[in-house]
Write a new protein. Structure first.
Length: 371
């Protein structure tokens, strides 16, 4: 499993308009305990085996749905509507999955667009040990900690460039339903002390994704040969000569970058070129290899699907859609493994790749001018 999760906090809530005078449902905040599953949480909150089966038959929940220990949830009992249920909140959107039992005891589920109250907060800390654990000691939330790291992975090696006592701070969103804190939203700005200098990054939303930019060094001015193959959310594994394989358990080179995104997220050609290979095997799953005129070759692994119009030898344009993120081959969670070779030698994609896909280039220029 990659470093970052698309965690979904479990929340129980009955959707009503905030301006109404009806009695609000009772909400009690709790935390998912280690070892608890969706099944045990449903049983814990009044659902029987038949209820659980009825909910799964609706195919409401995404295939990669999972709950995580230490995430908060709210227990709700709506006496007026005679319903009680649980609601799982998507981390990357304002949608939730509301699972409930009505007055007749029938189990049901809905996907709901929530209306959160959002507060912007600033949190501060110092690096005492690893940066990841230092952030988690202040904000006990993996989403926030790994989001902070994503802001710097193109420029900084956290293990080599940070000293003990280095300061960090960030601005981020906190989401509320009524007076109950539900989840953290986007990390809007990060600041990190690196070798005596404060490195600032600001988040620029791009469609359903986004990118962190240094306001003093515009990303569009970088002399990079490739564009990002995804509108990425999280880098779960970087290029490394020594990495313990998540399935085989052995140390081996990781000759690429893993972008962790939901199944079905779009994958684009990092530059114009010709399709060299389209295939499927036990390790790489569904994959595409493109040879570019600048001497680079790029590979896109673990795809859920590949565009039907692609054929070996076919020309593809820069930023052309080539497939969708999946979890085929040796894979523990949905992600795109993106690798680059110069000749036959693997190179670190992040050294030759811009932080955003080609189709967002103009938006990046406009956004940077407003920073």
């Amino acid at each position: 499993m990659g470093l970052f999760f698309f965690g979904i906090a479990v929340i129980l809530f009955h959707a009503q308009s905030w301006g109404s005078k009806v009695e609000s449902p009772r909400m009690a905040r709790a935390t998912i305990r280690p070892g608890e599953t969706l099944h045990t949480l449903l049983k814990k909150n009044g659902f029987n085996e038949e209820d659980v089966k009825a909910i799964w038959r609706q195919n409401l929940l995404p295939k990669n749905f999972r709950i995580l220990a230490d995430e908060p949830y709210l227990v709700i009992n709506d006496q007026k509507e005679k319903t009680r249920g649980i609601k799982f909140f998507e981390q990357l959107s304002d949608y939730s999955y509301y699972l409930f039992k009505n007055g007749t005891g029938e189990a049901n589920g809905l996907r709901v667009l929530e209306k959160y109250r959002t507060e912007i907060v600033t949190v501060r800390g110092k690096v005492l040990g690893g940066i990841l654990n230092s952030i988690l000691s202040i904000v006990n939330n993996d989403w926030v900690a790994f989001r902070f790291l994503d802001a710097y992975l193109f420029d900084i090696n956290p293990r080599k460039d940070l000293s003990r006592g280095a300061g960090f701070w960030m601005k981020l969103e906190k989401k509320f339903l009524g007076d109950q804190f539900v989840k953290y939203g986007e990390v809007l700005e990060t600041n990190l002390e690196v070798k005596g200098q404060v490195e600032t990054r600001k988040f620029i939303p791009l469609g359903t994704g986004g990118v962190f930019l240094d306001p003093t060094t515009p990303a569009f001015a970088e002399a990079k040969e490739l564009y990002a193959p995804v509108n990425y959310i999280h880098i779960s594994s970087v290029f490394s000569n020594h990495r313990v394989h998540p399935i085989r358990g052995k140390s081996k080179p990781h000759n690429g970058v893993d972008f962790e995104l939901p199944v079905g997220s779009e994958v684009f050609s990092a530059h114009k070129g010709h399709i060299e290979k389209i295939g499927k095997d036990r390790a790489a799953g569904n994959h595409v290899v493109i040879r570019h005129s600048n001497g680079l070759t790029t590979a896109y692994l673990h795809l859920n699907s590949i565009q039907s119009n692609l054929k070996v030898g076919k020309h593809v344009g820069i930023g052309e859609l080539i497939g969708q993120v999946g979890c085929t081959g040796y894979c523990t969670s949905p992600h795109l493994h993106f690798s680059v070779k110069r000749g036959n030698r693997p190179i670190d994609p992040m050294k030759v790749m811009r932080r955003y896909p080609y189709q967002f280039a103009q938006q990046i220029v406009s956004s940077v001018n407003k920073l």
